[in-house]
Design a protein around this ligand. Structure first.
Ligand code: NAD
Length: 513
């Protein structure tokens, strides 16, 4: 930790040995159990966070609901100014926060920095958007009437996030929610609580410097039971939840029970289709990064590569060769390509998937295995593996959050590849590698990919903040980040104003007194 500057980073971010996991932005407190955060990089204890009790949660909610009353009346461009300052603070702390992300979650330092850059980018996007929360004007059917729509903030937005993007997902939500006039309560993953503390410290500085009320940004910590405090709470009109499909189904049902809104960003089972016209070099770069980057722990990680039989051997051999060059080790060391999995449970799931694919008739062509010895003391480092498989295998239908890649073969038309690609429960990211315009357009057409993200000649992994991010089917249907994703954080109101001395009714209805 010392060698890679982690101690200094923690100091800069105000992360202590023992942290209060509940915060209203000005006050930090917590009376719950202690969560210990161990680094998957070297197995060391990084710090402890006290989790949130029901009483702590009530204090948070009264601060948040009170703050909303003020914050909603602040002009949106002024709220944008706060988000601009937040972005500036993130620029100052980029290296420290990037390091903590890398050390607590296990992704490479470059990806940790990339994650913080995404936070900065969404802030910039939100600042511009704060002057563009447009509604439409419509022509009234009644004379002397004006009709238009406007967007108002919702209130308290609850954010539940996953371990694999421990800071960016929060910012995608908060940057937009804040310019919209909402206040936020965030429960980070119990696997990455220190990233949550660090982020809350950064925004708290900005809010204090601007003399804004506490409650605009709140932090709570703990496992699913703390998450449930929000999903069952009628004071929270919108719960934005990122994580597994299993979690999303429970959250959607609980929030739906009280007719609240949920924004769901759940698991993927992303495929790249490789047609006879594909550029093999590009396919290898996109496919291998997609499968092994972040040790296969991205919602957009490439799980399946669907290759035409005419170039199957060529593509397969090129990918297998590339796997031979992968360096696995400490993600803070920039020479390594693949870091650890988040914890030993994830390692057990990885092992199970490899056993399963063989039991179902698959053939391992790049052997997996858990690494041990010097540098691998945490027990979380695994070898990226490849299996030749069939789409209908139960394990292939399932998202294994680890670097296990399945190669599938198709013959004939691209239609057959699309059937395989769409033939899973999830619908997040998809890609086609082809220089054939007809195939590319077919893939993007109404009869093509059924995913929320469909790419041509780039892989499935990663996305830019300018587009709406999310997927269909078991991925949950939510959209975050760019385009008009902001609308989910607001309520729409239709207004009709009569500036005459008559009171005509709509649809020409007569009601004479
Ligand atoms: P997870 O579902 O185990 O946990 C996610 C969060 O949900 C955690 O904060 C957890 O405490 C909380 N939670 C769990 N059960 C809950 C409940 N019943 N009520 C309220 N909160 C609850 O997921 P994980 O292992 O942290 O993350 C990996 C998963 O996240 C993968 O499936 C991945 O694809 C998905 N993911 C999706 C996206 C996306 O944008 N679509 C982004 C990142 C991760």
């Amino acid at each position: 930790a010392q060698e890679f500057g982690i101690v200094e980073a923690l100091k800069q971010l105000g992360v202590k040995d023992v942290n209060e996991g509940t915060s209203t932005g000005q006050e930090n407190f917590s009376n719950g159990e202690v969560i210990e955060s161990y680094s998957p990089v070297d197995g060391q204890l990084i710090g402890k966070v006290k989790s949130t009790t029901k009483e702590d949660y009530e204090k948070v909610m009264s601060a948040a609901t009170a703050a909303f009353k003020d914050f909603r009346t602040m002009p949106a461009p002024l709220r944008g100014e706060i988000v601009r300052q937040f972005g500036e603070k993130l620029r100052e702390k980029k290296e420290a926060l990037g390091k903590l992300v890398s050390y607590e979650m296990g992704k490479s330092y470059q990806e940790g920095l990339g994650e913080v850059q995404e936070m900065i980018d969404i802030c910039d996007f939100a600042v511009g958007l704060s002057r563009q929360l447009h509604g439409l004007t419509m022509h009234s059917e009644r004379p002397g009437h004006r009709m238009y729509e406007q967007y108002h903030p919702l209130g308290v937005v609850g954010i539940i996030s996953a371990f694999n993007f421990p800071v960016a997902v929060w910012a995608w939500n908060t940057a937009l929610a804040w310019i919209c006039g909402d206040v936020c309560v965030w429960k980070p993953s119990e696997k990455t609580p220190l990233c949550g503390v660090a982020c809350q410290n950064i925004i708290a500085e900005v809010l204090k410097a601007n003399d804004l009320p506490e409650g605009i940004s709140c932090l709570i910590n703990g496992d699913y039971k703390v998450g449930e405090m929000m999903t069952t709470d009628r004071r929270i009109p919108l719960v934005s939840a990122t994580g597994s499909t299993r979690m999303g189904k429970i959250v959607a049902a609980t929030v739906g029970e009280r007719l609240g809104k949920s924004l769901l960003e759940l698991g993927g089972n992303n495929a790249i289709i490789v047609t006879p016209d594909a550029d093999v070099k590009m396919t290898v770069i996109g496919g291998v990064f997609g499968a092994v980057g972040t040790a296969g722990q991205r919602c957009t990680s490439t799980r399946r590569i669907i290759i035409h039989e005419s170039i199957y051997d060529k593509v397969k051999n090129a990918i297998v060769d590339a796997y031979g060059q992968l360096r696995i080790g400490n993600p803070l060391d920039e020479n390594n390509h693949v870091g650890p999995l988040i914890d030993k449970d994830a390692v057990a799931n990885y092992n199970k998937a490899l056993e399963r694919v063989v039991a179902e008739g698959g053939k391992i062509i790049v052997e997996g295995g858990v690494l041990s010895g010097e540098g691998y003391e945490s027990g979380c480092y695994v070898k990226p593996a490849i299996a030749e498989a069939s789409n209908e295998f139960e394990i292939v239908q399932h998202e294994t959050f680890a670097p296990v890649l399945y190669l599938l073969k198709y013959s004939g038309d691209v239609e057959n590849a699309l059937e395989l690609q769409n033939g899973v429960a999830q619908g997040l990211s998809s890609a086609i590698m082809t220089n054939n315009l007809r195939e590319a357009e077919r893939f993007l057409s109404v009869a093509g990919s059924d995913c929320g993200i469909a790419n041509v000649n780039i892989g499935t992994s990663g996305a830019e903040i300018g587009g709406a991010f999310g997927g269909e089917k078991d991925t949950g249907g939510g959209r975050e980040s760019g385009s008009d994703a902001w609308k989910v954080y607001m309520r729409r109101q239709t207004n009709t104003i009569n500036y005459t001395t008559e009171l005509p009714l709509a649809q020409g209805i007569k009601f004479d007194l």
